[in-house]
Design a protein around this ligand. Structure first.
Ligand SMILES: Nc1ncnc2c1ncn2[C@@H]1O[C@H](COP(=O)(O)OP(=O)(O)OP(=O)(O)O)[C@@H](O)[C@H]1O
Length: 642
């Protein structure tokens, strides 16, 4: 293996006759001063009998040909292999053409690939291109890879890939990018497992109801043990059941944000109405009642105008309208007060109703309630991972409120430590904020109509979270749609298969992936990624490890459908069996109606003809019955076997 040309200060070309190069493999250039570690970023095989092989990724040019000949290669008469390599660290002087090159060993890559301390690091997978290295015992069999076709996991070859959590305080925030089916949810699961295992407090928004960790991925003892070790360290909270937006915590600005988020069509008039009716210390009920009373009185403006005039003349219109009914008098007085307060405010009846509709939606749905985020706060203080579930729209609104609240608590605690006046503020821990579909929470602004309530707080955390120990882990299928400020602050990006040109463009702008790596992104198989990280100072190709646990939705939907079909109508078997026993062991078309009737009576439920016929066919296929065409009566004759 020889270095046969220089591309630029850090890139060079290597040739060998021995074997093809593998993408991402590490090589060592034996420079006189000191060996230099490089990695293969593009490969090519050249066969003189097949001239087209010389074109490939364009590694051959005039100068390269000349060097090859000078080094004894015969480009017209022999097959050889070329690679473009890139130095893994900055070089002070260029590589030397003609230098010998050899495959790297574990000792060569150890310092580059492993953090000093692996105990505080997340184990994400194995570094691709390091398969076949002789590893020290403590690194052997640490990583498993999952094989979906066989639904099993096996130990993976290669150097384990770790991401050191403590380094996040220098280079915060992680992004996981990948198209549908690329392994994004799988990688997110792996990261969350690592957070749980290390007892790092985290809030995870789970719009797909898929992040639970009770079921082991495989039946091997190591998976069962790891899954058991996670138990008790994570909790699921469901929006409306144990967490909600607490009305009393809201400012009028928050409330307007919620109104805008729950229904489209928010107008300036509505905002004017919502703000004007708000009073400090309102509960959901007092605010709702004021809105309702206003909407009601505006619908009968003439009546209340007359009542106001009567009042100004010193009369009591309530007593005149409802002479015998003190309760209705009281209600009328209350309405009149509200009407007087807001009659000149320019609020139209339709506007008051529109705001009321939004408030009712918030109160009747599961979004606003009395719970707030207290249970999450408590769980975070115990180092737990809090999985918050709810339907996507409501979860997005809740996330806006919860993120602001939790970040606020942490900030208050830290700021008080630094600039406080000595008064004590309760401890609130650092935490991770994890979400899938991050482009929904923090989308790129799009013109005047743009509205994304969570974006501002996520931007704030992206920019200031490091200072407070609040870190983002954001997964998205569409990095191109994610807010630019947030995107730029994700110091570590795990990039899986990506196909869309717009996303590839964003990735090449926002990471240090070279053109060769970006060109590979559409072809990565599920679970293979490039990790581009400021922590590592470089991009590493990684095969994401098998998670210890599995998603409750992991079953192939067609396998689920087949399972459903095979179980469907199984409760009919004892009834059909009894019928056959009583009918000399067989069933023909003539007996069908009687058998159906018998099934309905013994199961006390409706049984359809199609259901019974389907069940008979299945039992014939699985050998419980024998099916023969019945010449006399048509149809089949089913006979009990054995
Ligand atoms: N690390 C991995 N090792 C082996 N197989 C994987 C890995 N990651 C994903 N897969 C396979 O790819 C499938 C799809 O992965 P996953 O559900 O994570 O995709 P996704 O990118 O989240 O897609 P979507 O955005 O559509 O949900 C998994 O069911 C699994 O079979």
């Amino acid at each position: 293996m020889r270095l046969i040309g220089i591309t630029d200060q850090h890139r060079a070309k290597v040739a060998t006759r021995e074997r093809p190069f593998r993408l991402s493999e590490f090589l060592v250039v034996e420079e006189e001063a000191a060996p230099v570690l490089v990695e293969v970023v593009a490969t090519q095989a050249v066969n003189p009998l097949l001239p087209d092989t010389g074109r490939g990724p364009g590694l051959i040019d005039e100068a390269t040909l000349g060097t090859l000949q000078a080094l004894g290669y015969n480009p017209q008469g022999e097959t050889f292999y070329l690679a473009e390599v890139r130095a893994t660290a900055e070089l002070s002087c260029p590589l030397s053409v003609g230098a010998r090159v050899r495959p790297a060993s574990f000792a060569d890559v150890r310092e580059l690939l492993l953090p000093r301390e692996t105990a505080n690091a997340a184990l994400l997978g194995v570094v691709r291109g390091t398969e076949g290295y002789a590893l020290p015992p403590e690194l052997q069999n640490r990583v498993f890879r999952y094989f979906p076709e066989e639904d099993c996991a096996r130990p993976a070859e290669g150097v384990p890939f770790f991401l050191a959590w403590p380094e996040l305080s220098r280079y915060p925030h992680i992004g996981i990018f990948g198209g549908s089916g690329s392994g994004k949810s799988f990688a997110l699961r792996v990261l969350v497992e690592e957070l749980i295992a290390q007892g790092l407090p985290a809030v995870v928004f789970d719009p797909h109801f898929e992040l639970s960790f009770e079921q082991a991925l495989a039946l091997e003892p190591v998976f069962m043990e790891r899954t058991a070790a996670l138990s008790g360290r994570w909790r699921i909270f469901t929006l409306g059941r144990n967490v909600s937006v607490r009305f009393e915590d809201l400012t009028v600005g928050d409330l307007v944000t919620l109104f805008r988020a729950v229904m489209d069509g928010w107008t300036e008039q509505m905002e004017h109405c919502a703000r004007l009716l708000w009073r400090q210390g309102d509960s959901a009920e007092t605010y709702r009642r004021r809105l309702w009373l206003l909407a009601d009185t505006l619908a009968q403006r003439n009546r209340y105008e007359r009542a106001v005039e009567a009042l100004e003349r010193g009369e009591d219109p309530a007593a005149r309208f409802f002479p015998e009914d003190p309760a209705r008098q009281e209600e009328f007085r209350e309405k009149l007060n509200v009407y007087r307060d807001y009659r000149d405010s320019g609020i139209a009846e339709a506007t008051a109703h529109a705001v009321l509709r939004r408030l009712n939606y918030l109160l009747q749905g599961n979004l606003v309630g009395s719970q707030g985020t207290e249970v999450i706060e408590e769980a975070l203080k115990q180092g737990q991972t809090c999985i918050v579930r709810g339907d996507a729209r409501n979860l997005c609104v809740f996330a806006t409120y919860a993120i602001r609240k939790l970040f606020g608590l942490r900030r208050r605690y830290r700021d008080n430590l630094q600039y406080g006046d000595g008064r004590s503020v309760p401890y609130f821990p650092p935490f991770f904020l994890v979400t899938d579909e991050a482009h929904v929470l923090a989308p790129k602004p799009k013109g005047e109509k743009d509205f994304a309530p969570a974006r501002a707080v996520i931007r704030e955390i992206a920019q200031e979270g490091r200072k407070y120990g609040v870190f983002l882990i954001l997964a998205t299928q569409r990095p191109a749609l994610l807010d630019d400020t947030v995107n730029a602050q994700l110091n570590t990006k795990i990039i899986l298969r990506t196909v869309r040109a717009q996303d590839l463009d964003t990735i090449s702008r926002e990471t240090d992936l070279g053109p060769h790596e970006v060109a590979r992104l559409p072809y990565l198989s599920s679970g293979n990624a490039f990790v581009s990280s400021a922590i590592l100072g470089r991009t590493v190709p990684v095969a994401v490890r098998a998670s210890w646990t599995r998603s409750p939705h992991a079953e192939d939907p067609f396998a689920e459908w087949r399972r459903h079909l095979s179980a469907c109508g199984e409760d009919l078997w004892p009834a059909v069996r009894a019928f056959l026993d009583a009918n000399r062991g067989y069933l023909t078309e003539v007996d069908f109606a009687a058998c159906l009737n018998h099934c309905q009576q013994s199961l006390n439920r409706r049984v359809t003809e199609a259901e019974l016929r389907g069940a008979l066919e299945r039992w014939a296929a699985d050998g419980r019955l024998e099916a023969r065409p019945n010449r006399a009566f048509g149809g089949m004759r089913y006979v009990l076997r054995g």
